[in-house]
Design a binder for this molecule. Structure first.
Ligand SMILES: C[S@@+](CC[C@H](N)C(=O)[O-])C[C@H]1O[C@@H](n2cnc3c(N)ncnc32)[C@H](O)[C@@H]1O
Length: 381
């Protein structure tokens, strides 16, 4: 049976997500702001959770219709047979989003939806699922726009960027899905070597290794749909086994990867994450200032996400010094090009390089540019 899905991503990565969906065989892909809608069977939903690198969430549409008031929203919610998905002993959580609607905020419509679901269960044998905010068995999304509502169930549970390799957070880590999406948005051929001179917790390097070796980003983590009554266990096992085999075969295609950072704490986190991602032998890390960094091999491409002054405690002089150091490194590198993520146009001048591509991307709340710099003889200004 064909289902309709909604996958969310970082703003600016919509086309990357659409390409990923196309490769997975999704039908009727519609690009939206920060998302794609698409269609496919139930197995496609599982593959989307396991394989999408740039997506943060995948939701399956359950009902859509007019909801001009409380009663219509209640009725719409009741058109779904919720007992097909979970038992009354399991848990739910409803996340609401309301725009230009009769409800001022999400609280009342969320309550109505919850009541409609619980009443439906109670009518069977008096029992109802309880609400569990943190790790519900069935995460539900309610979208109320004008007089229209859509109900989804969220397939992943925990956001898909939580791959499982990062136990501790560095100060400004790059979201894993954003890092993977940026690599896919760049002109990297998914094979050649990459160096990150200020790698922080190593997200670019880990995501690059997994892309190059065809390792599904969701291998090793769990998904909400695995706890549902209607899960197609055989289809899921086949998809998962195939991903394990691809990851095994892909290890031969590991590119050379190296990172550096001046912050020992960040490097300790990177080391741990790299170990968790089973990449210890494949990613070389060095401690020091980018200005003096000598990568262990001549890289093909550089990537960097230097600090750009988004925290109040960022000292402008220290910031300028970071960008100068990274600029020095880029200009003397043997790489043919660099991609740099920046959320502050003021600081890029310290690189003393002119970018030839500027792609708008949102990093958390910050409007950023994913900047490409041609390197080698003649680069710089
Ligand atoms: C925004 S964080 C990078 C986050 C990283 N992409 C991640 O996934 O965790 C910026 C990093 O640049 C490093 N850094 C800043 N200036 C540096 C310099 N001159 N040399 C080396 N590292 C530097 C900081 O220590 C910090 O870890």
């Amino acid at each position: 049976m064909t289902k309709r899905y909604y996958a969310a991503c970082t703003l600016g990565l919509e086309e990357v997500l659409a390409d990923e969906l196309h490769d997975l065989g999704a039908q009727d892909i519609q690009v939206r702001r920060g998302a794609c809608e698409f269609a496919g069977d139930q197995a496609l939903g599982y593959r989307a959770c396991l394989w999408l690198r740039s997506a943060i969430r995948v939701q399956e549409e359950l009902a859509r219709g007019e909801a001009r008031d409380r009663d219509e929203l209640y009725q719409l919610t009741q058109t779904v047979d919720w007992s097909r998905f979970i038992t009354a002993l399991q848990t739910i959580a409803i996340d609401g989003s309301v725009r230009d609607s009769w409800a001022n905020d999400t609280r009342f419509p969320v309550l109505v939806t919850k009541d409609a679901i619980c009443d439906q269960f109670r009518a069977i044998d008096g029992k109802r699922p309880s609400v569990e905010r943190d790790r519900p068995d069935l995460p539900i999304k309610l979208v109320l726009m004008h007089d229209h509502a859509i109900l989804y169930r969220e397939l992943g549970g925990a956001p898909l960027h939580k791959r499982g390799y990062r136990a501790i957070q560095h100060k400004s880590p790059l979201n894993e899905a954003t890092a993977a999406g940026l690599l896919l948005l760049s002109d990297w051929d998914r094979r050649s070597s990459i160096v990150d001179p200020c790698c922080g917790s190593g997200t670019f390097l880990i995501e690059a290794a997994w892309i190059a070796t065809d390792r599904a980003p969701g291998l090793g983590r769990s998904f909400a749909f695995e706890h549902w009554r209607d899960v197609d266990v055989d289809a899921w096992r086949e998809i998962y086994d195939d991903a394990e085999q691809r990851a095994e075969a892909g290890r031969e295609r590991m590119p050379r990867l190296a990172g550096n950072d001046r912050h020992p704490g960040a490097l300790a986190i990177a080391e741990k994450a790299i170990k968790n991602a089973e990449l210890t032998e494949h990613v070389q890390l060095t401690h020091g200032d980018a200005r003096n960094f000598e990568p262990p091999f001549d890289p093909d491409m550089l990537v960097a996400n230097p600090p750009y002054g988004d925290r109040l405690d960022d000292d402008p002089e220290r910031l300028a010094s970071s960008w100068r150091a990274i600029g020095d490194f880029l200009r003397r590198s043997a790489a043919s090009r660099a991609w740099v993520l920046c959320g502050n146009p003021e600081v890029t001048r310290w690189l003393r390089l002119r970018s030839d591509r500027k792609l708008p991307v949102r990093n958390g709340p910050i409007e950023c540019r994913w900047l490409r710099y041609e390197l080698g003889a003649g680069a710089g200004r």
